[in-house]
Design a protein around this ligand. Sequence first.
Ligand SMILES: Cc1cc2nc3c(=O)[nH]c(=O)nc-3n(C[C@H](O)[C@H](O)[C@H](O)COP(=O)(O)OP(=O)(O)OC[C@H]3O[C@@H](n4cnc5c(N)ncnc54)[C@H](O)[C@@H]3O)c2cc1C
Length: 282
Amino acid sequence: MMEIKENILLSLFTSIKIGGKARYFCEPGNIDELREALAFARTKKLPIFILGGGTNIIIKDSGFAGLVIKLSGSFRNIERKENMLSAGGGALLSGLINTSISFGLSGLTNLSGIPGTVGGAIVGNAGAFSSQISDCLIVVNAITKDGEEQVIKEPKFLYRDSNLRDKIILCGDFSLKPEAIWRMEEQRKQVLEKRSATQPVGKKTAGCIFKNPVGVSAGELIEKAGLAGFRVGEAIVSEKHKNFIENMGNARGVDVFSLIKIIKEKVHTLYNINLSEEVIIV
Ligand SMILES: Cc1cc2nc3c(=O)[nH]c(=O)nc-3n(C[C@H](O)[C@H](O)[C@H](O)COP(=O)(O)OP(=O)(O)OC[C@H]3O[C@@H](n4cnc5c(N)ncnc54)[C@H](O)[C@@H]3O)c2cc1C
C-alpha cells in the first residue's frame, strides 16, 4: 500500500517557496499506485492536483483541500529507443536534456536551464530561444483523473499551453536527430549563459508570471510601467527580469497575488492590454 500523507506543507515543493498545506499528499511510484491514489480521491470526492517540480505555480496560503499527487519511482525513468527518448512525466526536464546530449541526440538543447519535470513542461509547452518541448514530442501517454489510460498521438499545443491540462502525463516520446555531442554541449553552455545574464537564476521565483501578449514582451510592459523593483510585503518585481516576481524571504501568497493585481491594473490603465497569467494559481 502506498502511503497517503496528511497536512503536508507545499511551500517546500515549490521554487518560489510559497504555499499552505495539502490535505492529502502522495508520491505514486508506478501505475498501480497512481490508480490507488485516484481511487482514494474518488471515494473521498477530493479534487486532485498534479505537482511537478513546482516551478510554475503559486499555491495559496490556505493550501489545497484535496489530494496532491507527485509522480515518482518509475515515472522518472528515461529510456532510449534508437533516435527516440521516452521520458516519464515525473522525470526532470534537465535529466532528459542531459541524457539526450550524452547520446548525441539533438532537439531539446535550447530548453536547457528550464527547471521542473517533463510532465509540467509538456502540459505547459515549456520553451525558450524559439524552441518548445512540443517541437520534438511525438506521443504522449496519459491517464484521466477517472483512470482511463490514453495514447495521444497528436496533442494540440499553443504558446505555453496544450489540450492536456485535464490529464495526468505519464510519459512522452521525443523524436530527436543525431548531432555531435561537443556541438550540443557548446549550445547548452551558451543557452545557460544567456539565461543567467537575463533571469534571476538561483532566487526564489516561479518563472514568468505573465504570458507575452501578441507582439510585445510582458517584461517590457512592466518595466515601462515603472514597476521594476516594486514590492508588496516580501514579494518584489525582479530588477533582472521584470516578468519574474522574487520571494525575498518570507513572502506570502497574498503578497504575490496583490502584486499581480497591481501589475495587471497598471498595464491595463497605461496600455489597454490585459496581461494573463502564465503561472498556475493553485
Ligand atoms: C528560474 C525559472 C526559469 C524558468 N524559465 C522558463 C522558460 O524559459 N520557459 C518556460 O517555458 N518556463 C520556464 N519556467 C517555468 C517552469 O519551469 C516551466 O513552466 C516548467 O515546465 C514547469 O514544470 P513543473 O514540473 O515545475 O510544473 P509545476 O510548476 O509543478 O506545474 C505546472 C502545471 O503543470 C501541471 N503538471 C505538472 N506535472 C504534470 C503531469 N505529470 N501531468 C499533468 N499535469 C502536470 C501542474 O498540475 C500545473 O498545472 C521557469 C521557472 C523558473 C523558476
